[in-house]
Design a protein around this ligand. Structure first.
Ligand code: FCB
Length: 473
């Protein structure tokens, strides 16, 4: 059984769904600018209209209500509220979120508000963005405004979404906004400021809260999982999960250890060596604020076995292993091991703030949108999450990514992640078969989800009588 009060949710983010990019005084963000750079976004698309959620908000909330969602995770657009990032508030922009929150509550849906889902105001980017040491204060000031206005009704707050991605792809690889390819030292500094911004924002939210509330964050997880249930493989995977293994952003602990433990991990410091900027120890007092839940975005994973010395060795997925249209391997066990390893290490309740898949969805001749792969994906992933809960991991909620098909960043509109199909020519929404299925799951409080260990064709390795590594390869 899923725990009492489990949050059955779905998620979105401002730039990916809102549209109305130049409406009601919204200022530009780095994504508006990035989309104009030729060759950066598939087919040259942008979020000018996206799902036009800004204008269709009531209709959209009614669909969420129909689905029975208990919680909806959305992000607020910093530059809609503060067109220049700091200074004068754009009342029309702020009141959009006010009205959205009321509409959700009216529909019996808890609002879960993310303050930063990658859309740095362009004016602040022109002042250095996350490279500017003032950025934590800019962000905390914006958070204070949002808390002041909404914390009488919004009880769940998320500071930043996936620093690994907005620093990694945005500041290191240049494939996401703001499109920078900074040297290691500089992106480490930008990342450090983002972590300080997280801490400063937790403080600001708590200082301005009008009611008791819960604060968390939403990094993504690189899920390294064991190739078998043997204790040696489990420990090897755990070790790898908690390691900085290369000089890129793609790890868990460089980001999470400062937030949860108050310092960067020793292996990361060794990897980055002389490139690590001289951080003040007081920075870590700011970064490490008590938070209430560990939000995490999980989509996939890679498996590892122990070598003779117990070190993790990658065991690639075999030929023909299922993948999504993003070519991400389908790995339900990631929703068992990811939450488990995080819970064991950081001892906080876990909320799955994103999980889902891009799929080849289209409208069938009868007008419906059948997406059996999404249903099977969710049944298996949720089965693993349920298994984790059964095995003692405190799991508080699950947010499907995404409620709607939407603007998938550099992929434009090609990748469809939604429970609800969006026809971008007309704006028409059609609940996919998976939306109907999820509705039934929510109504049954997840009682129709089969725990992974009992699935016949289920996730490898979680069955009792664990398979050996050899059988799995
Ligand atoms: C995550 C992002 C989200 C969406 C999904 C597919 O990395 O947080 O906005 O793009 O991936």
């Amino acid at each position: 059984m899923f725990p009492e009060g489990f949050k059955w949710g779905a998620a979105s983010s401002a730039y990916q769904i809102e549209g109305a990019a130049r409406t009601d005084g919204r200022g530009e963000s780095v994504w508006d600018a990035f989309c104009q750079v030729p060759g950066k976004v598939h087919r040259g698309s942008n979020g000018d209209v996206a799902c036009d959620h800004y204008h269709r908000m009531y209709e959209d909330v009614q669909m969420m209500k129909w689905m029975g969602l208990k919680a909806y995770r959305f992000s607020t657009s910093w530059s809609r509220v503060l067109p220049s990032g700091t200074g004068t508030i754009n009342e029309k922009g702020l009141s959009f979120y006010d009205v959205l929150v009321d509409a959700l509550l009216e529909a019996g849906i808890e609002p879960w508000l993310t303050l930063y889902h990658w859309d740095m105001p362009l004016d602040l980017q022109n002042r250095g963005g996350w490279m500017n040491p003032e950025s934590p204060k800019w962000f905390a000031d914006y958070a204070a405004i949002m808390t002041e206005r909404l914390s009488d009704r919004v009880k769940h707050w998320i500071t930043i979404n996936e620093p690994q991605i907005f620093i990694g792809l945005g500041h290191r690889e240049g494939t996401h906004a703001p499109g920078l390819k900074l040297p290691t030292r500089d992106w480490l500094l930008a990342g450090h400021h983002a972590l300080m911004a997280h801490g400063a924002t937790v403080q600001a939210i708590r200082a301005k809260a009008k009611r008791p509330l819960q604060v968390g964050w939403a990094p993504c997880a690189r899920v390294d999982l064991p190739a078998s249930m043997s204790p040696a493989d489990i420990e090897a995977a755990r070790q790898r999960f908690a390691s900085v293994t290369s000089t890129d952003c793609w790890n868990n602990t460089w980001w999470a250890d400062p937030v949860m433990l108050g310092h960067y991990p020793a292996d990361g410091l060794a990897h980055f060596g002389a490139d690590v900027p001289a951080f003040k120890s007081s920075d870590f007092d700011l970064i490490k604020q008590p938070i209430d839940f560990y939000g995490v975005n999980i989509y996939s994973g890679e498996r590892y076995a122990a070598d003779a010395l117990g070190r993790p060795v990658h065991v690639p997925w075999p030929d023909g292993h299922p993948v999504t249209t993003f070519r991400w391997p389908v790995v339900p066990e990631s929703l068992y091991w990811g939450p488990k390893f995080l819970h064991d290490r950081y001892k906080l309740p876990i909320v799955i703030t994103e999980n889902g898949l891009s799929n080849a969805d289209w409208v069938a001749a009868d007008g419906t949108v059948p997406d059996p792969q999404r249903i099977d994906f969710k049944a298996k992933y949720l089965g693993c999450l349920l298994q984790a809960a059964r095995d003692g991991v405190a799991v508080q909620g699950y947010f499907h990514w995404s409620i709607f098909d939407n603007f998938e960043w550099a992929e434009g509109y090609e990748k469809r992640f939604g429970l609800i199909f969006v026809d971008y020519r007309t704006g028409q929404r059609i609940p996919k078969a998976s939306a109907h299925w999820y509705r039934d799951v929510i109504a049954a409080k997840g009682k129709n989800i089969i725990p992974a260990a009992q699935l016949t064709h289920g996730p490898i390795g979680l069955k009792s009588g664990a398979a050996s590594t050899k059988e799995l390869v």
